[in-house]
Ligand binder design. Structure first.
Ligand code: FAD
Length: 415
């Protein structure tokens, strides 16, 4: 069997792994990045790239957004969000109030097959060795570090490393083998995604649509416009509710699109491209241990998805950046033990936990259909309230404003 050695191994070249790799290269730290897939590869997702993703891309290289803005074949700029309450009341919330000052769109939508491939092509060779068609099959820890058994184009490799970064996504082998991960249905969301052509009534500024339906709470049905006249249409719902109510999300989605009065005309000429596919979303509503002796977990492998919106790409990229910072210190100090690496956990949760906690509260409140109806009605009928919510998006740290008591005061007392 071939044997290789590297100080740092990253498993998975999605947003978390790519981001870790970019920042390690910036710090001139050589590493190996592997992915079992051959790119371009599909990833089941809503394909929405939030303001946080734009911010992280700018941290990697400010030219990336210019390229994305110019690439109309693969990326579409989105300027806001349409919320539809369980009672059917809709409100359009632009991401920005003043469009004239914008250099680029505040958010984008891009099929992940294209977005992830765009990022992979930007990998900085020299410090990063990228091996596609290379899967992690097994992993063990010993006194010297980690031994990873890989299959590279079908051939076995034994790789020795001091530190492994799991960026393998939801089905991470490393978080199960080394991190003791167990799925909890209250902190996990089931999701299905479909691509459609010819959906009617998409917003002219490509607003993403979130439809909160009474039979699908907590969770929502989404319609996100894509380049080339297509749309990403899907549904996500908390796994504990899916199991309790014995729901098939695939069937639910097609039933609603065919028969629900709000959707049936919009989908009467629509054609489904490919199949409706499902994948899980590990939510960040529970704090977990995300590092240990010789390993760090990032992105979905660390369960960092926003429990209210279902966004995970931005947090995956944030975790990649913070992982690279910790790895740089570890390489300098030659410390790969759990005590040293736990500084990564602290950094992640000091940056994300307030936001994740608040989103968890919003997720639980959203099950109260009456409250949701009331807030959306208020925003739809009152310009100040809708501008207040736009302000939250403009802040980028969307939910920061929600932590301020003044927000609730304004919401309640605006007529
Ligand atoms: C239905 C659905 C809709 C979603 N919608 C959105 C959305 O609109 N916006 C948003 O921000 N987030 C969304 N998310 C969440 C988002 O998809 C994830 O949070 C994000 O992809 C996490 O990135 P990651 O890099 O951690 O993992 P991934 O993107 O899953 O990448 C993991 C990579 O690891 C590789 N890999 C896995 N196992 C191995 C192995 N053993 N060996 C080698 N390689 C391996 C895979 O091939 C893959 O390339 C959605 C998720 C779902 C399921």
């Amino acid at each position: 069997m071939r044997e290789i050695e590297t100080e740092v191994l990253i498993v998975g070249a999605g947003p978390a792994g790519i981001s870790t790799s970019f920042f390690l290269s910036q710090k001139k730290i050589p590493h190996i990045l592997i992915d079992k897939a051959v790119f371009p590869r599909d990833k089941i997702c809503g394909d929405a790239l939030s303001g946080k993703v734009v911010q992280e891309l700018n941290r990697i290289d400010s030219n990336l957004i210019d390229e994305i803005e110019a690439d109309k074949l693969n990326f579409i700029g989105s300027y806001g969000v349409k919320f539809v309450s369980p009672g059917g009341q809709a409100v359009d919330i632009p991401f920005k109030t003043d469009l004239s000052s914008l250099k680029n769109a505040p958010g984008y939508i891009s099929p992940r097959i294209n977005f992830d491939n765009f990022l992979v092509k930007k990998l900085v060779s020299g410090y990063s060795t990228f091996l596609e068609n290379t899967s992690l099959e097994n992993i063990v820890r010993n006194d010297d570090g980690i031994i990873a058994e890989l299959l590279n184009h079908g051939d076995p490799i034994s790789l020795k490393t001091k530190l492994v970064v799991s960026a393998e996504g939801e089905r991470s082998k490393i978080s199960r083998a080394l991190g003791n991960y167990k799925q909890a249905d209250k902190h996990f969301c089931a999701g299905v995604r479909a691509y459609y052509r010819n959906v009617k009534g998409l917003h002219e500024q490509n607003f993403i649509e979130l439809h909160f339906l009474p039979e699908m709470l907590p969770g929502y049905l989404w319609i996100f416009p894509l380049p080339g006249g297509k749309a990403n249409v899907g549904a996500g719902m908390l796994s504990s509710s899916v199991k309790k109510n014995n729901i098939s999300l695939r069937k639910k989605l097609t039933d609603i699109l065919e028969h629900h009065p709000r959707f049936k005309d919009r989908f009467s000429d629509a054609t489904l491209e490919g199949q409706i596919k499902g994948w899980g979303l590990p939510l960040g509503s529970k704090r977990r241990k995300i590092s240990g002796d010789n390993f760090i977990l990032t992105g979905d492998a660390a369960s960092l998805i926003d429990p209210f919106t279902g966004e995970g790409i931005g947090n995956a990229m944030v975790s990649g950046r913070l992982a690279a910072e910790k790895i740089s210190e570890a390489v300098q100090e030659q410390r790969y033990d759990r005590n040293f690496l736990s500084g990564y956990d602290s950094k992640i949760y000091s940056e994300l936990s307030a936001e994740l906690k608040l989103s968890h509260t919003l997720q639980r409140l959203s099950s109260q259909a009456w409250l949701f109806n009331w807030v959306v009605k208020k925003a739809a009928s009152n310009k100040e309230v809708s501008e207040l919510i736009t302000g939250m998006f403009e802040d980028l740290n969307i939910r920061a404003k929600l932590r301020q008591p003044g927000f609730y005061f304004k919401l309640f007392f605006n007529k």
